[in-house]
Design a protein around this ligand. Sequence first.
Ligand SMILES: C[S@@+](CC[C@H](N)C(=O)[O-])C[C@H]1O[C@@H](n2cnc3c(N)ncnc32)[C@H](O)[C@@H]1O
Length: 278
Amino acid sequence: MTIADSAPAKAIAASPADILRRNQELYDNVDSPVWHLAVYGPVFGGARYINMGGDALVAQLVDTLALRAADPVLDLGCGTGDLAARLCSLTGCHITGVEINARQAARARQTAHGLTHGRLDIEQADVTRWSSPQKFKAVYSIDTLMLVMDWPAFLRTARQALAGPGGAFVATVILDNGLNEFQRHAFWEEDGFIGLVRRSDARNLFTEAGFGRQQWKSCDDWAVACLSRIEAALHAEQKPIRRAVGDAAWQNWVEMNATYLECFRSGKMVYAMVTARP
Ligand SMILES: C[S@@+](CC[C@H](N)C(=O)[O-])C[C@H]1O[C@@H](n2cnc3c(N)ncnc32)[C@H](O)[C@@H]1O
């Protein structure tokens, strides 16, 4: 893999209010038909995950974090709560999910009510401003860091929440591996990616936050498989999707999905998983 870490990328000018507004535009409506028809159904068998790892990622989390019944676990950016609920069902662990978006937090609370194994508690908060007196055996954050401008504050929350040196923080993140300014702007405008960093910068930020031991691995095969399924579903389900969201929105989904596929296939973007320990 080539890593284009040399030229520093120009920061995108966005205020916290811009980021929150973008978040609401994107995540308030993730129950719309296009999400069900193009993503949740065909890619995740109905689970409302907004990540590119799906079942393989779930298995990896259970294994790496060694989750057991009643373990206290923290999910930073828990979305609909479906991923946390799956981990609860598989292991009986007790997850606290932190989610900035009010509607996502409400969805996650509803998800939690349906649990028959384990426990899921939801807090609506910005992870960069959140802390808890409770300590956790494990912390994870899936497909969220690229939406965050203040990585140091986000990583500080993760580090402070870990119970001891034996605990681990697992995160998946999309890294910039040579995107141009036009592409970086498009990913901010379309998907709210304000935190696209290079791999070397990501490593340094984790180290500075107190994660001295890090294992990074590329999960681009997961990303390409996920995006290929979405591409197929956007075409197979094109009629009901166009009827529900309109021709322009369908076309935009097709074009953005193709852009992601091109970026992962060419290596300009990397889907990475890090297991970080103090
Ligand atoms: C791409 S979704 C992933 C959701 C979930 N982790 C999953 O795998 O299905 C990212 C989620 O992180 C939330 N998020 C973004 N920035 C956040 C922040 N600073 N604090 C808390 N949640 C945040 C978003 O609102 C969104 O629900």
